[in-house]
Design a protein around this ligand. Structure first.
Ligand SMILES: [Zn+2]
Length: 350
């Protein structure tokens, strides 16, 4: 079992600026004193054999796909296809726990910091538009019953190992709160409790068709909205409003305005398939797909959460399964050709 608190601190120290490909374990090996070469080689062989056996036993497939689930409002009376009732949201989290998923944040996903136990599958929970139905805290900092946050914390309490983490893609709506002090209060609470805060732009404008300067300005405005409130947690990812990419997809990932720069590890869309492993060749940080939550009916028959969770369950060779060791990328040898070459030195093929 990995101790997540330690993992987070350790990773933060190495990945001070989290960008795609920044691996937490880089440098650790070099710090160790060097014993006689022959013994080192023998020890390494023995250790590798143990790690390979563990990866095989877990059915590890760290080149497999990861569902990134997208939530909007959690309300008693849904008015759009994006809304869920508190009961529906709770049922989905219960299902994820039952099917051996463990939540990770969007920042952890794009930077490959996937520290979950052997045999478990990562899932990324993302919440768009900073609605009060997602996060409302009372005067003592206790999450209000029925909000997404309160439900997630409650499900995690009932299912040890189900990490209560997720990524909130905020806009200027800022959970319906009026003052900068209240904004700072809620974002600091989220950051302090292990949640990830992502950029969803300040004004939620459609970026498609806008010129480069306008895209940079809008993304930077969203970035500053967050960094002005929580200095130690600059966003690592962006979710595109309406899932629409700007004319040049790269503008959403990296830009400079007035000497300030944003440089994200990943940019998320709004549809409609599981996402590639960050260690796989087909991982594209400019266009990471997400899955809308929904039962298997109507226009959700094939492309919403229940349909995809069923598909991943029926196709374990396509799903990301951890070996429990965050310092390796473990997978069946047969899948070797799908490995992104930049992670070759972390490969553990069995
Ligand atoms: Zn949105």
């Amino acid at each position: 079992m990995v101790h997540f608190g330690l993992v987070r601190i350790g990773l933060a120290a190495v990945c001070a600026v989290a960008v795609s490909g920044c691996m937490p374990w880089a440098g650790d090996e070099a710090k160790k004193a060097a014993p006689p070469a022959k013994r080192v080689a023998a020890d390494a062989e023995a250790t590798k054999a143990v790690r390979l056996a563990a990866a095989k036993k877990a059915g590890a497939n760290e080149l497999g796909q990861i569902p990134v689930l997208m939530y909007h409002r959690i309300v008693d009376r849904p008015t759009t296809v994006d809304d869920l009732t508190p009961q529906q949201f709770r049922a989905e989290l219960e299902l994820l726990a039952k099917e051996n998923y463990v939540p990770i944040t969007a920042a952890e996903y794009v930077t490959g910091r996937i520290g979950i136990p052997a045999g478990k599958h990562p899932v990324v929970l993302t919440f768009d538009d900073s609605s009060p139905s997602q996060v409302t805290l009372d005067g003592t900092g206790t999450p209000k019953a029925g909000t997404a946050l309160a439900i997630l914390l409650d499900v995690a309490r009932r299912h040890p190992g189900f990490r209560p983490v997720g990524t909130f893609y905020v806009t200027k709506d800022m959970f319906g709160l009026a003052t900068p002090e209240e904004h700072a209060q809620v974002l600091n609470w989220l950051h302090g409790n292990g949640f990830d805060i992502g950029n969803h732009t300040r004004d939620h404008l459609n970026l498609r068709g806008r010129d480069k300067k306008a895209v940079f300005a809008e993304v930077m405005a969203g970035h500053k909205l967050i960094t002005d409130l929580v200095k130690e947690a600059p966003p690592v990812t962006l979710a595109l409003p309406y899932g629409n990419q700007p004319n040049q997809p790269e503008w959403a990932r990296k830009g400079t305005v007035g000497g300030q720069t944003y440089n994200y590890g990943g940019v998320f869309l709004a549809g409609y398939t599981p996402a590639a492993s960050p260690f796989a060749k087909d991982f594209n940080p400019l266009a990471i797909p997400r899955i809308r939550s929904g039962e298997k009916k109507g226009d959700c028959k094939r492309f919403c959460s229940i349909a995809w969770l069923d598909w991943l369950k029926a196709n374990p060779d396509k799903r990301f399964t951890s070996d429990g060791d965050a310092t390796s990328v473990a997978y069946p040898k047969f899948k070797e050709s799908f490995m992104a070459p930049r992670f070759n030195s972390y490969a553990l093929a069995y």
